[in-house]
Design a protein around this ligand. Sequence first.
Ligand code: NDP
Length: 238
Amino acid sequence: MRRVLISGGSRGIGRALVEYFRAQGDAVAFIYRQSDDAAAELSAKTGARAIRADVSDPDEARRAAGLAIETLGGVDVLVNNAGIAQIKLFTDVSDEEWRRMIDTNLSSAFYLSRAVAPDMISRKSGRIVNVGSMWGKVGASCEVHYSASKAGLRGLTMALAKELGPSGITVNCVEPGVIETDMNAALDEETRAALCDETPLCRMGAPEEVAAAVGFLSSEEAGFITGQILGVDGGYAI
Ligand code: NDP
């Protein structure tokens, strides 16, 4: 049984991650920002511990990680999944929107990794998996702040893999393509069809398919894989 902490676990990919790890028999805590009902329902269904915190705030992230360590008795696997998206002309993105994007999607991974690393280092084992995006690889028009935040996760992944490797900790990143979650709920039919057309596998992905990739990178079998970026995008970003 591993002890797993997932950020952004109340909905979408994070929810699938909570269900995936619980199905493996792991002890799970997840962080969410505001969806109290969804979090309570998932917690009741799976037995995972729900922690309400805004991980874009360093103090909140530290508090949430501390609670998770206390509740689980430590953290063996950290999945930095919490994220937001916004479609906007880059010239219209305000300073506040830029900061919110970077803080939520990138800084939170730094805050939570920093909070759980000492425990992992002392045990000389651990897994950190960051949830990036294919837009961090290829860039998305009208998602400059989102793409930049996800590209930042690539650098964080590789640098942290080098720094934590000698301590027996692996750090990897999955980059989902277009996945059926609330994040894409606002896309109109035409846009969805166009995105599917541009995807070699001709469809959107399911949150469970991302969870399975994260699950593999968190497994014993993936013990010699670190600093890698794995696309789960139906071939979109080839
Ligand atoms: P959803 O919008 O469905 O869920 C986002 C989750 O993150 C929710 O649990 C939300 O909590 C949580 N969250 C957001 N901001 C914060 C915060 N400041 N503090 C704590 N929790 C927060 O997103 P997805 O499941 O679609 O996306 C999950 C990850 O996958 C994101 O990092 C996203 O960028 C990435 N991704 C998604 C793709 C897609 O097509 N869906 C494609 C590529 C990458 P709450 O419910 O309380 O709001």
